[in-house]
Design a protein around this ligand. Structure first.
Ligand code: ADP
Length: 214
């Protein structure tokens, strides 16, 4: 199964993409996580991407497309994947079409998580992320068991540099301007499943599974 997770920043793509991938036994491929790994490792891609990410801007298409091409041809993605955060531009969507056609693959479903903007701003200001495994917590609604460390690996949680309120507002604008329309690219194939993401994590997970028929 090949699934795209779509929705604005803070809509829950990462949380649900990770869970869905684990349940389906497929890799959860999140472009934001791949980029943050490159930044942490200080690679040339990471050095180029960091300035864009800190401002809340998109990393250039050519960098993203190459990164995804390299990732999707890895053996673990041959049976399927849950792709989170890609494509975010029309150019990326066109390139993904070509890449999948070359691989003889296609997208089975696009899950669009819909969450009102006030809720998004609230969630991102309460979000803390594990810099090691990228798991996200909501400090009020879904806090870690022990203070401010990750339940999975005990790493101290951090606030992402792009989760500052001004940057959040800018990211939402970039999403509206450049990404919201990309979903229509998939409408023709009837693969789009719109799911309200305004509920508990468990409830939204149930809605996603229902929408996918799993
Ligand atoms: P969110 O969905 O909350 O914005 P992500 O972790 O998915 O968080 O992405 C963080 C940042 O990584 C984005 O603001 C952007 O700078 C960069 N990024 C991730 N995916 C892409 C992409 N497909 N195209 C361009 N930039 C991207």
């Amino acid at each position: 199964m090949r699934v795209l997770m779509a929705g604005s920043p803070g809509s829950g793509k990462g949380t649900h993409g990770r869970r869905l991938g684990a349940d389906l036994g497929l890799p959860h491929i999140a472009t934001g996580d791949l980029l943050r790994d490159q930044v942490a490792a200080g690679t040339p891609i990471g050095r180029e991407a960091k300035a864009f990410m800190d401002r809340g801007d998109y990393v250039p298409d050519d960098v993203m497309i190459e990164m995804i091409r390299d990732r999707l041809v890895q053996p673990d993605a041959a049976r399927g994947f849950v792709l989170d955060g890609f494509p975010r531009t029309q150019g990326q969507a066109n390139e993904l079409d070509k890449l999948l056609a070359d691989l003889g693959q296609s997208i089975d479903a696009v899950v669009v998580l819909e969450v009102p903007i006030e809720e998004i701003v609230q969630r991102l200001s309460a979000r803390r992320t594990c810099p090691k495994c990228q798991r996200a917590y909501h400090m009020r609604d879904d806090p870690p068991a022990d203070d401010e460390t990750c339940d999975d690996d005990r790493t101290p949680l951090e606030r992402r540099s792009d989760d500052e309120p001004d940057t959040v507002r800018y990211r939402l604008k970039v999403y509206d301007d450049r990404t919201a329309g990309v979903i229509e690219h998939y409408d023709t194939d009837c693969v789009v499943r719109r799911v309200s993401g305004e509920a508990s994590v468990d409830e939204v997970a149930k809605r996603i599974d229902e929408a996918l028929g799993i």
